[in-house]
Design a protein around this ligand. Structure first.
Ligand code: PEP
Ligand code: MN
Length: 339
């Protein structure tokens, strides 16, 4: 169960309530976020919801049968919006476009990409400065100095930054320069990292684990929410299956399923999903039609020269076309939704 508490609930009322819920046989965890104060009750016993609901200090009470609770749509029917300021928002009923290189490489590269994004009305830029690479000898990112450089250039142009955090110690140093912390597929179940991201008041985008289930992705988001941060975005980026013809298997089934199970926005990453440049656009558009709230893809002035993931990176011409088609496809989807 989830009990939403009133802002003015007294400590005494809260203690009484906790005791009462404990008595029924539910284990209570108190969660305080930027937006509210909740008691999450874990238990199976049937009880009279009206009896608890009438107690003082309660705003609302909900029965949530899912394993995950706070990220479930069973209690919060209205979709969650992520407002990044300056009119940039990720939300249901809208189409966010996040584009940029796999890795941040140099000042010149950042300037060129920002220019490209501006020309195409794209307000969010992705890029890694801490790169999880399968080989320890591959380029591993420019680190915090690269992020500072990027931030200074992006800020001037009102571009928001989406970048991967790999470990707890990076959260604080990245904070002033980051709009959305990306949790990569290799870290989806790094529960210490998720716990710590619960303590920040900036948005967190969690990618689906390499072999992760939909339920596991939702549980990862539950970690961050229950740690105190409601600003969450889910990202389908493909899973590892027996298929070797593509880098991953982009599981677009996950999009409507996630949207039906959770109130959180869902983004699709076709670049890592298929891993083949020429097929990224169609998978992006398929993601739009599947119901995604946004698309994140990789672009670079000269993809062949990119320090990482060049094989799945679009050049600027392809990127400009894709951004246009994402918007057109989204407009088409809106028409379908009216049917
Ligand atoms: C990335 O976004 O460049 C990345 C490493 O993604 P993932 O964690 O999905 O592999
Ligand atoms: Mn990449």
């Amino acid at each position: 169960m989830i009990i939403q508490l009133k802002e003015d609930i007294s400590e005494k009322q809260k203690d009484l309530l906790k005791a009462e819920v404990n008595q029924i046989g539910y284990k209570i965890t108190e969660v305080k976020t930027q937006l509210g104060d909740y008691l999450v009750g874990i238990g199976k016993k049937e009880f009279d919801i009206r009896k608890i609901g009438k107690k003082e200090g309660i705003k609302d009470i909900h029965i949530v049968s899912d394993e995950y609770k706070l990220v479930s749509k069973k209690w919060k029917v209205n979709p969650t919006s992520i407002d990044l300021g300056d009119g940039v928002c990720i939300k249901d009923g809208d189409m966010a476009i996040i584009a940029g290189p796999c890795s941040i490489e140099s000042e010149q590269q950042i300037r060129k990409i920002i220019q490209h994004l501006k020309e195409n009305g794209i307000k969010m830029m992705r890029g890694g400065v801490f790169k999880p690479r399968s080989s320890p000898y591959a380029f591993r990112g420019l680190g915090i100095e690269g992020l500072q450089l990027w931030y200074n250039l992006a800020k001037e142009e009102g571009i928001k930054i989406v970048t991967e955090v790999m470990q707890v110690s990076q959260i604080e140093e990245m904070y002033p320069y980051t709009d959305i912390y990306q949790v990569g597929a290799r870290n989806t179940q790094n529960f210490n990292l998720l716990d710590e991201l619960g303590k920040v008041d900036k948005a967190v985008m969690i990618k689906r684990g390499i072999s992760g289930t939909i339920e596991e992705l939702l549980q990862s988001a539950e970690y961050v929410f229950s740690g105190g941060n409601e600003k969450l975005i889910l990202c389908e980026r493909g899973i590892r299956t027996y298929e070797r013809a593509s880098r991953n298997t982009l599981d677009l089934n996950a999009v409507p399923i996630l949207k039906s199970k959770s109130h959180l926005p869902v983004i699709v990453d076709p670049s890592h999903g298929i891993g083949i440049r020429e097929f990224v656009p169609q998978m992006a558009l398929a993601g739009v039609m599947a119901g995604a709230d946004g698309i994140i893809y990789e672009t670079h002035e000269i993809p062949e020269k990119a320090y990482s993931d060049g094989q799945q990176t679009l050049d600027f011409e392809q990127s400009a076309l894709l951004a246009d088609w994402i918007r057109k496809t989204f407009a088409l989807r809106k028409k379908f939704e009216l049917l």
